[in-house]
Design a protein around this ligand. Structure first.
Ligand code: ZN
Length: 272
C-alpha cells in the first residue's frame, strides 16, 4: 500500500507514530478513538479449536504436495522490483510457506528495503513477483520508526461490522488514489518470520494496511472493492497502466477495465 495519506480519517504520521510506539489510541475524524494492540508473538495453545479444525481439515482433504511453496517458488533476484497492474502475477494463486530459513529472511529484508524506497507502508510478495503468502508492513513508513510487521500465511478470523472509507494508494498502481470501504478492525492470525504462530487484533491504519495486503495474497486488487462511481474516477488511469503494460511487453493486457466484471467477494478466511 502506498504511503500517501489524505482525505477521510486524515491520519497524520505524527498521530500514528506514538500509536506504534505503544500508546493505545488515536483520534479519527469521527471523534472516536481506534484502539491498537501491540503485535505479540504468542504461540497458539494446542487445545485451540482453530488449530483442531485446521488439523482436521488437513487430514480430511489431504493437500497436494504443491500446496506449499517450494525452494524454486521462493527464489528471487536482487534487487526486487514492483510488479504493476495489469501484470497477471497480481492475480496468481499465492502458495503458503512452510520453510522458515535464511532465504525467507533475506526476501523479507529486501521487501522492506523496496517498501521504504518506494514510499510504501505495506508490501505483499506477489507485488515483487513472488507468489507466496507473505506480507510486510510498517504504517510509519520509515525505517527505524514504528514497527516492522511480517505476516506469513495470514488468515482473518473476524472483521468488525463497522466499516470505514479511506483513500488508498497501491505501489502496483503508481499515483492512483481512491476511496475503499473496509471493516474498521480485524482479528488476524499468522506465522512470524521464524514460523511461530500468533494472533492479533488490528484497528486504525494497521487494520487498513493489513486488509489491503491480505487482498493481494488472494489476488484481489483495491479497485475490486471500489464502488462504481469511485472506479469511474480512476478508469482512465487504469487504462493508461494497461497501455503501458502492452507497450512494455508487446502482449495484450491480461485484463481490461473496460471489460471489467466485479469479482466475487473474497471470503477472507483461509488456513495458516
Ligand atoms: Zn497494493
Amino acid at each position: 500500500m502506498a504511503a500517501r495519506l489524505r482525505a477521510l480519517p486524515a491520519i497524520s504520521l505524527s498521530a500514528v507514530l506514538p500509536l506504534l510506539h505503544g500508546r493505545s489510541s488515536f483520534p479519527t475524524t469521527a471523534g472516536k478513538s481506534l484502539s491498537f494492540r501491540r503485535f505479540s508473538s504468542r504461540p497458539v495453545a494446542r487445545s485451540s479449536p482453530l488449530v483442531e479444525v485446521s488439523a482436521q481439515a488437513r487430514r480430511g482433504f489431504s493437500f497436494q504436495e504443491d500446496d506449499f511453496a517450494s525452494t524454486a517458488d521462493l527464489c528471487f533476484e536482487s534487487p526486487l522490483k514492483i510488479v504493476e497492474y495489469p501484470d497477471p502475477i497480481l492475480r496468481a494463486t499465492n502458495k503458503r510457506i512452510n520453510t522458515f530459513d535464511e532465504n525467507l529472511k533475506k526476501l523479507v529484508e529486501e521487501m522492506f528495503d523496496l517498501m521504504y524506497k518506494t514510499d510504501g507502508i505495506g508490501l505483499s510478495a506477489p507485488q515483487v513477483g513472488i507468489s507466496v503468502q507473505l506480507m510486510v508492513f510498517n504504517p510509519a513508513g520509515e525505517r527505524g520508526e514504528g514497527e516492522q510487521i511480517v505476516l506469513v500465511n495470514p488468515v482473518v478470523y473476524k472483521t468488525s461490522k463497522r466499516t470505514i472509507l479511506y483513500n488508498e494508494g497501491c505501489l502496483s498502481f503508481p499515483e492512483i488514489y481512491a476511496d475503499v470501504e473496509r471493516p474498521a478492525s480485524v482479528k488476524v492470525g499468522a506465522r512470524d518470520i521464524t514460523g511461530g504462530r500468533f494472533k492479533v487484533n488490528l484497528s486504525g491504519l494497521p487494520a487498513r494496511v493489513f486488509q489491503h495486503e491480505f487482498d493481494h495474497l488472494q489476488g484481489t486488487l483495491f479497485f475490486d472493492r471500489m464502488t462504481e462511481d469511485v472506479l469511474e474516477s480512476i478508469r482512465s488511469d487504469l487504462k493508461a497502466l494497461e497501455m503501458k503494460y502492452e507497450s512494455r511487453t508487446g502482449l495484450p493486457s491480461p485484463e481490461s477495465i473496460d471489460q471489467y466484471e466485479r469479482r466475487k467477494e473474497v471470503a477472507g478466511f483461509a488456513r495458516t
